[in-house]
Design a binder for this molecule. Structure first.
Ligand SMILES: N[C@@H](CCC(=O)N[C@@H](CS)C(=O)NCC(=O)O)C(=O)O
Length: 213
């Protein structure tokens, strides 16, 4: 049996899983889903119904994006994404996932949260941007001189935040963060994980991911 990854192209959690899988060259069968109609095979593996879900060849099921990243990196980590202060990386990722992500969603879908204007949610999200900017002023990556798990786990969410209002982001006071973001957004690795595939439920086509060059 192959490893199987249930994924959704635009989901930032699925992006971080695909980034780690592609970087570590772990070949998986990619099953692109839609959130509106989730395959029963995926729900049978993980009833919570979120993507990404990985079913590894030995039958192990991982339904947390960070666990999937670590699974891939433990198998192959040529540039040492797991090296360095792991506790600090995990704490930053935790802040991303459990504080910043909430503000991001409210900012992005502000019409669904009419208690406050969008700018209120953006202001709150900016606390995290400021924190990242301060780190990136001192070093090129979030955890120091080298790309790490923290950069790859967090970048898809900052990209989403920046995309809500690109004009605002362009003039915002985060010069180091902007360079960091555009380097990752323009990278061959990111482009390779954003390729569009037909949904698996419709096509049942086997997509081998990452594609070999
Ligand atoms: N903690 C999970 C969160 C994953 C998650 O929330 N994914 C979203 C898509 S971005 C999802 O599947 N939501 C279910 C839905 O919208 O039905 C992880 O890190 O994998």
């Amino acid at each position: 049996m192959n490893h199987i990854l249930y994924s959704y192209r635009r989901c930032p959690y699925a992006m971080r899983a695909r980034l780690a899988i592609a970087y570590s060259q772990q070949q998986v069968s990619l099953r692109e889903i839609t959130l509106k109609l989730k395959p029963e095979q995926m729900i049978a593996l993980s009833a919570k119904g979120t993507v990404p879900v990985l079913q590894s060849a030995d039958g192990t099921v991982l339904d947390e994006s960070l666990d999937i990243m670590v699974w891939a990196l433990e198998r192959c980590d040529p540039d040492g994404w797991l090296q360095g202060n792991l506790a600090e990386m995990l704490s930053l990722i935790d802040e991303n996932d459990f504080e910043f992500k909430g503000w991001l969603d409210k900012y992005k879908y502000a019409d669904r949260f009419p208690q406050y204007p969008a700018i209120y949610y953006r202001d709150n999200g900016e606390e995290f941007l400021t924190k990242l900017e301060n780190r990136l002023t001192n070093s090129p990556y979030l955890s120091g001189e080298k790309i790490s798990l923290a950069d790859m786990a967090i970048f898809p969410f900052i990209r989403q935040f920046a995309c809500v209002d690109k004009e605002w982001f362009e003039q915002s006071p985060y010069p180091s963060l902007k360079i960091w973001l555009s380097n990752f957004s323009d990278s061959a690795l990111f482009r390779s994980i954003m390729k569009k595939y037909p949904t698996w439920l419709e096509s049942k086509q086997q997509i081998i991911f990452p594609e070999t060059q």
